[in-house]
Write a protein that binds this ligand. Structure first.
Ligand code: SAM
Length: 301
C-alpha cells in the first residue's frame, strides 16, 4: 500500500512560525479545532502540559521537550488546573524519561529502523529518538491529526503523519509498517492510549502487533491496574474531559498472553519515583492490585 495514501493534514506550516516547522502562537484555526475534539482526544492536552511545564514541580524529571510549550501557546490553552494535578504530571514525566531511554536503546541497536507513536496526540517523541537515519510516524484519529497537521507539519523525508483508529483491525498495513522475518525491527510507542479502549480492543491491537512485527520489534506502552478501570472521574485533570478508563491489567502475564509471539521484556512501576514509601504502599495495595497502579511496559516479539 502506498504509505502516502494515509498521510494526514497536508496543510503547510503557518506563516510566521516562531520555530522552524511549527505554527505561530495564537493559531486561531487550531484553537477552534481543539474545542471540537471528543472526550478521549481532548486528553492530549494533559501530557502536553506536563511535558511543557511539569518540571516546575518535578525538576529532577525535566524532559526538556523542545516544542510542547510552544504548541500550548499556539492552542491558547489555559493549563494551570492540569498542572495542579501533580500525581498525573509526575506519571507523565516519569514515563517520558523511561520512553526516551527505551527508544534510544532500541535505535542505538537499529539506527535505520522505523518507529511510530500510535495515539500521538501533540507529542513529539522523535525529537529524542532521531538518529539521522531512522524514520518516524506520528499517528492518531483523524480529528487529532487535523489539529496536529498545521501545528507540527510532518517532514517529508523521514517523519510522516497518518490517520489511524487502532480499534479498526488492519492498522499495521494501513500504516505500511515493515513486516515479515526479513524486515528490520520496529519501535512502537503507545503512551496514554490503551486504557481508554475496551479490553477486547486492546487484545486485538497487541495481537496485530505480534502478528506482523518483524523479529526484534518492541512495543512500549503505559498500563493502569484493573482497579483503576471506571475511576477516571477521580483524576482531577481527566474528569473535565469526560474520558473513562476501560482497560486495566490484573496480572502483567496477561499482556504476553494475547499472542504466542509476545514477550514481556521490561516493566517499571511509578512507585519507584516515591522511593521506599512507594514500595511499601505498593506492597500494602497488593491484595487489591497485584499489578502496580501505573506502569510502563515493553513487549517484544
Ligand atoms: C492522553 S492522549 C495521549 C497523547 C500522546 N500519546 C501523548 O502522550 O502526548 C490519548 C490519545 O489517544 C488517542 N486515541 C484514543 N483512541 C484512539 C484510537 N482508537 N486510535 C488512535 N488513537 C487513539 C487520542 O486521540 C489521544 O490523542
Amino acid at each position: 500500500m502506498d504509505s502516502h495514501a494515509n498521510q494526514a493534514g497536508g496543510t503547510p506550516g503557518l506563516v510566521g512560525a516562531a520555530q522552524p516547522g511549527l505554527a505561530a502562537p495564537g493559531s486561531h484555526a487550531s484553537a477552534l479545532r481543539f474545542g471540537d475534539l471528543h472526550a478521549v482526544p481532548r486528553t492530549l492536552l494533559i501530557p502536553l502540559a506536563a511535558r511543557a511545564h511539569g518540571a516546575r514541580s518535578f525538576p529532577w524529571l525535566a524532559c526538556d521537550d523542545a516544542v510542547a510549550a510552544h504548541l500550548l501557546d499556539c492552542l491558547g490553552a489555559d493549563v494551570h488546573a492540569l498542572l495542579e494535578d501533580k500525581p498525573t504530571v509526575l506519571n507523565i514525566l516519569w514515563r517520558t524519561r523511561l520512553i526516551k531511554a527505551a527508544g534510544q536503546a532500541f535505535f542505538a541497536a537499529h539506527p535505520c529502523s522505523t518507529g511510530a507513536s500510535l495515539g500521538c496526540g501533540l507529542s513529539h517523541a522523535f525529537q529524542w529518538l532521531d538518529t539521522g537515519r531512522n524514520a518516524w510516524i506520528d499517528a492518531d484519529l483523524p480529528e487529532v491529526m487535523a489539529l496536529r497537521g498545521p501545528l507540527q507539519p510532518p517532514e517529508p523525508s523521514r517523519r510522516r503523519h497518518a490517520c489511524i483508529d487502532l480499534t479498526v483491525p488492519g492498522w499495521w498495513q494501513r500504516l505500511a509498517l515493515p513486516e515479515g522475518p526479513g524486515a528490520a525491527p520496529v519501535f512502537l510507542l503507545c503512551e496514554g492510549v490503551l486504557m481508554y479502549l475496551q479490553p477486547a480492543q486492546v487484545q486485538a491491537v497487541l495481537a496485530e502487533f505480534a502478528e506482523h512485527a518483524p523479529p526484534g520489534s518492541q512495543w512500549v506502552c503505559d498500563v493502569i491496574s484493573q482497579v483503576g478501570v471506571g475511576q477516571a472521574h477521580r483524576c482531577p485533570s481527566l474528569a473535565p474531559t469526560g474520558a473513562e478508563f476501560h482497560w486495566g491489567v490484573q496480572d502483567m502475564a496477561d499482556l504476553a498472553a494475547c499472542h504466542p509471539r509476545l514477550r514481556l521484556l521490561a516493566q517499571h512501576s511509578v512507585a519507584e519515583c516515591y522511593g521506599w514509601m512507594g514500595t511499601v504502599a505498593e506492597w500494602c495495595l497488593r491484595p487489591w492490585s497485584p499489578t502496580p497502579l501505573y506502569a510502563l511496559v515493553t513487549l517484544g516479539v
